[in-house]
Design a protein around this ligand. Structure first.
Ligand SMILES: Cc1cc2nc3c(=O)[nH]c(=O)nc-3n(C[C@H](O)[C@H](O)[C@H](O)COP(=O)(O)O)c2cc1C
Length: 234
């Protein structure tokens, strides 16, 4: 007889119910049986690496805000869209970034590289809404073309976005819930150092979040020769 952890409990010397665990190799949990921290840890440990978006917004008074988001992904290219999740704070308050996006329907997403990681990481502190986080982090604001928020001058790639859709996930305004933001990309700025304009290929080594508080860069890759999925198609 073997020991298995089922639905958050250790069941000793007992063959577990097939519904939860069909192999001694796995711990199987119903999400409902886990607390927020356990769910967060499993989710964040499972989905790695997660690229980090540096999101720049501006409020209606002109104060700039920056936040980091690793719950971030592309959506599609027609229309050019990206998405990220904005969680509600532990005190059930919305983040400044949420308020700014809802008010202005605009933001800029910048890619994060190791060169400016320390400065960008500073912006994940809780600053008041009247604090300009470009000044606080000493990152360089470069005016955008279509949106009011500036982009980060240190970043090799910036996407100017207009809010396409937002969707609440979970109980609105409660810690643990989030708003899924989908942004339509209006303009893309790429540092010529990392871009080949004849092939449209980028070679940027961005920072991603790994499990816990670990971060990493792109690391080793390998190329696959696949006649059915050629780079000519994308
Ligand atoms: C690496 C990293 C990734 C983060 N990812 C997210 C995320 O995906 N969504 C989110 O709402 N907050 C995320 N946070 C927390 C926000 O960056 C933090 O709450 C931020 O300071 C909010 O700023 P604001 O209130 O000025 O908008 C992350 C923080 C760090 C350090």
């Amino acid at each position: 007889m073997w020991t298995a952890r089922i639905v958050g409990r250790v069941v000793k010397n007992q063959v577990p119910s097939h519904r939860y665990c069909n192999s001694p190799k796995f711990y199987s949990y119903d999400c409902e049986s886990l607390d927020k921290i356990q769910r967060y840890r499993l989710l964040c440990g499972a989905i790695i690496p997660r690229p980090i978006a540096v999101i720049c917004t501006q409020d209606l008074k002109g104060t700039n805000n920056i936040m980091l988001a690793s719950f971030f992904a592309p959506v599609t290219s027609e229309p050019t869209t990206i998405s990220f999740a904005l969680t509600v704070k532990a005190n059930d308050e919305y983040k400044d970034t949420y308020r700014n996006i809802m008010e202005t329907k605009e933001f800029v997403v910048c890619c994060l590289t190791k060169d400016f990681f320390e400065k960008a990481y500073k912006t994940s502190q809780e600053f008041g809404p009247d604090v300009d986080e470009f000044e606080e982090s000493q990152l360089t604001p470069i005016p955008s073309r279509y949106v009011r928020a500036p982009r980060v001058g240190e970043s090799p790639v910036a996407l100017e976005c207009r809010l396409y859709r937002s969707m609440n996930i979970g109980e609105e305004g409660k810690y643990g819930s989030a708003t899924l933001i989908v942004g339509e990309v209006l303009a893309i700025h790429v540092d010529s150092k990392y871009f080949n304009p004849s092939t449209f290929e980028l070679s940027v080594e961005t920072v991603s979040r790994l499990g816990g508080l670990e971060f990493g860069t792109t690391g080793q890759g390998w190329e696959v020769q696949n006649p059915y999925w050629s780079t000519k198609n994308w």
